[in-house]
Ligand binder design. Structure first.
Ligand code: NAD
Ligand code: 2HG
Length: 528
C-alpha cells in the first residue's frame, strides 16, 4: 500500500487528493528522531515550514520518492541530500504569493498606525489618542529587496497606496522593473533613502545577515523594516540594538532565524515599535488551500508515475517537456544504457551530440536521460532523473554538449553519445523513425539499423566468410534464440560490428567460447 506522511497542518482539500491514491498518516509536530525512525515506511512526505527535513531523515528513508513542501521556501529541506538520494522535492511557488504580500502590507500599516499596541492599551481601559499618532504611507519611499512574485505584488499595492517604490534584485532586468513600476536602486542607496524597507528574497549563504548593524546604521532614524520572507536575513541581535537605540523607528517581523521564536531571543526584550507574528505570511484560508492542492496533486501524480509541475531539483523537466520528448528521452536513456555496457570501465567524459530535429529540443532533459541510462547498470534503482547529473558529477564524468545544425542523414535527426574512458572511446547514435520507433543507427561509427531489444550481443570481428555461421551455430547449440542480426562495416573485409537481438541472456561460459572464435575480437552482451 502506498503511504504518505503529513507532518505539518495541511488543508483538507490536499489530504482528500492524496487519499485517492494512498494511505495518509498524520504526525503533526513529530520530533526529528521519531521522523527518522518511521520515514522508511513512506513513499511521500508532505510538509509546511514546521518540519525540518534533514540529511539524516532523508538518508533514513528507503522508498521515499517525493517530498512536497506546501509553500514556497524549501530551506527547511536538505535538497542536496534529497537529490543525492534521488528523492524529488516539489513546492508551490505561487500559491501563497498574495497572502504573503498582503501580510507585508498589513505589517506596514500596523507599524505606521501602532495598531497592536493601541489595541492592547484600549483593552486595558486606557484612551491614549495622543500617544499613538502615526504616519501615512502615502508619498513615502518604499525599498523592496527581492522583486520576485511577492516583492512585485507588494510593489503593485504600494504604488496603488501612493508610495514611491524603489527596488533591488540582481536578477531582475530594467524592463521588468519598469513593468512593475519599480525604480531599480543599489542596495546601499535603497537602505539609506527608504522610509520603509521590506525583504522578499530567499535565505541563502549569500543573503544570511543581509541586514546587519552596518546596514541598520545606514538607515534613516525614521525608517521601518519589514521581514515577511525568511528568518536569518536579519541579524536579530543587531536589530534589537538598533530599535532600543532608536537607530531606526520600527520593525515588523514574521520570520525568525530559529522558529518557533526562542524565549531568549533578543527581539523579545525590545520595548519600542516592534511587531512580531508567528510566521503567518502564508496563513490565509485561500493560500493554504492553494498550496495544499498544488502540492498534493504533484505528489499524487508522481506516485502514479507521472511527472511533477514544479520540482525544485530537476531543472528543465516540466510535464510539457516530458510529454513532448517522451520518445527522445527513451532513446537517450536506452543509448546511455547501451553505451555503458559497450564501454565498460571508468568513464571520464560523455559527449552528447544533437543533430537535425534533435537540435530544436531542449538539450538538458536529453542529457539527464542519457546520464540516467549511463549510470543505471552501476546504480540500479538508486539512479533517476533527480540525481543523474549529481551522480555523474560526483563520479567525475564531465558532459559536453554538441549541436550539429548540418543537414541530417536521417529525416528525424539523430542523437549521438560518445564516451571517453579507461577503455578508449565508444559511440552510439540513434534516431526516432516516423512511427515513433527507436533505432540504433550506428555503433562505434559502424552503420547499423537495429531496434533496441531486451537482450543483445554486440561483437567486433573481421569481415570474412564463416564468422556469422559459426556464431549462429554456437548460439543455437546453446539454446539462445536469435531474433535478428545486423552487420555494420565500413569497408569490405575490414573491421565490422555485428549486433544480434536475442531472446535469452548469454551464459558467461558461452561468451568465453564466442571470444575464442577466430576473427572475433570482442563480444559484449547487452541487457536493456
Ligand atoms: N512569511 C511567509 O509565510 C512566506 C510566505 C511565502 C513566501 N515566503 C518567502 O518569501 C520570499 C520571497 O518569495 P517569492 O515567492 O517572492 O520568491 P521568488 O523566487 O518569486 O522571488 C525571490 C526573489 O529574490 C531575488 N533574490 C535572490 N537573491 C537576492 C539578493 N541577494 N538580493 C536581492 N534579491 C535577491 C530573486 O532574484 C527573486 O526575484 C521567499 O524567501 C519565501 O520563502 C514567506
Ligand atoms: O508553511 C507556511 O505556513 C509558511 C510558508 C512560507 O514560509 C513559504 O515559504 O511558502
Amino acid at each position: 500500500m502506498t503511504k504518505v506522511l503529513i507532518t505539518d497542518p495541511i488543508d483538507q482539500k490536499g489530504i482528500d487528493i492524496l487519499s485517492q491514491v494512498a494511505q495518509v498518516d498524520h504526525k503533526i509536530g513529530i520530533s526529528d528522531s521519531e521522523l527518522a525512525s518511521i520515514i522508511g515506511d513512506y513513499d511521500a512526505l508532505m510538509i509546511r515550514s514546521g518540519t525540518q527535513v534533514t540529511e539524516e531523515i532523508i538518508n533514513s528513508s528507503s522508498k521515499l520518492r517525493i517530498i512536497g513542501r506546501a509553500g514556497v521556501g524549501v530551506d527547511n529541506v536538505d535538497v542536496k541530500a534529497a537529490t543525492q538520494k534521488g528523492v524529488l522535492v516539489v513546492n508551490s511557488p505561487g500559491g501563497n504569493t498574495i497572502a504573503a504580500a498582503e501580510h507585508t502590507i498589513a505589517m506596514m500599516l500596523a507599524l505606521s498606525r501602532h495598531i497592536p499596541i493601541a489595541n492592547s492599551s484600549t483593552l486595558l481601559g486606557k484612551w491614549e489618542r495622543k500617544k499613538f499618532v502615526g504616519n501615512e504611507l502615502y508619498k513615502k519611499k518604499l525599498g523592496v529587496v527581492g522583486l520576485g512574485k511577492i516583492g512585485a505584488h507588494v510593489a503593485k499595492v504600494a504604488n496603488a497606496l501612493g508610495m514611491e517604490v524603489c527596488g533591488y534584485d540582481p536578477f531582475v532586468s530594467t524592463e521588468r522593473a519598469q513593468q512593475i513600476q519599480v525604480k531599480l536602486s543599489d542596495l546601499e542607496d535603497l537602505f539609506q533613502q527608504s522610509d520603509y524597507v521590506t525583504l522578499h528574497l530567499p535565505r541563502t549563504p549569500e543573503t544570511e545577515n543581509l541586514v546587519n548593524m552596518d546596514v541598520l546604521k545606514n538607515m534613516k532614524s525614521s525608517a521601518k523594516l519589514i521581514n515577511c520572507a525568511r528568518g536569518g536575513l536579519i541579524d536579530e541581535e543587531a536589530l534589537a540594538q538598533a530599535l532600543n537605540q532608536s537607530l531606526i523607528a520600527g520593525a515588523a517581523i514574521d520570520v525568525f532565524s530559529k522558529e518557533p521564536l526562542e524565549s531568549n531571543s533578543p527581539l523579545l526584550k525590545v520595548e519600542k515599535n516592534l511587531i512580531l507574528t508567528p510566521h503567518l505570511g502564508a496563513s490565509t484560508r485561500e493560500a493554504q488551500e492553494n498550496v495544499a492542492v498544488d502540492v498534493a496533486e504533484q505528489i499524487r501524480d508522481v506516485l502514479l508515475g507521472l511527472s511533477a509541475r514544479t520540482a525544485v531539483n530537476i531543472p528543465g523537466l516540466s510535464p510539457d517537456i516530458m510529454d513532448s520528448l517522451k520518445p527522445h528521452l527513451q532513446l537517450a536513456e536506452t543509448m546511455g544504457l547501451l553505451i555503458s555496457q559497450l564501454s565498460g570501465g571508468q568513464i571520464q567524459k560523455l559527449e552528447v551530440k544533437l543533430q537535425g530535429e534533435f537540435v530544436q529540443h531542449p538539450s538538458q532533459p536529453l542529457i539527464i536521460a542519457s546520464l540516467k541510462g549511463l549510470l543505471s547498470k552501476a546504480l540500479g534503482d538508486r539512479i533517476n532523473y533527480v540525481n543523474a547529473s549529481l551522480e555523474a558529477d560526483s563520479r567525475g564524468i564531465s558532459v559536453v554538449e554538441n549541436k550539429d545544425e548540418a543537414r541530417p542523414e536521417f529525416a528525424s535527426g539523430s542523437l549521438q553519445l560518445t564516451t571517453y574512458g579507461d577503455n578508449g572511446d565508444h559511440s552510439v547514435a540513434g534516431s526516432i523513425f516516423a512511427d515513433g520507433e527507436l533505432r540504433i543507427i550506428s555503433i562505434d561509427q559502424y552503420p547499423v539499423n537495429v531496434s533496441p531489444s531486451r537482450y543483445m550481443l554486440v561483437t567486433r570481428h573481421r569481415d570474412m566468410p564463416g564468422i556469422i555461421g559459426k556464431l549462429g551455430s554456437l548460439l543455437g547449440s546453446n539454446n539462445v534464440n536469435i531474433a535478428s542480426m545486423q552487420v555494420g562495416r565500413k569497408i569490405v573485409r575490414g573491421e565490422a560490428v555485428m549486433v544480434l537481438s536475442i531472446d535469452d541472456p548469454i551464459p558467461n561460459k558461452l561468451l568465453d567460447t564466442i571470444i575464442e572464435v577466430d576473427g572475433i575480437t570482442n563480444a559484449n552482451p547487452v541487457t536493456l
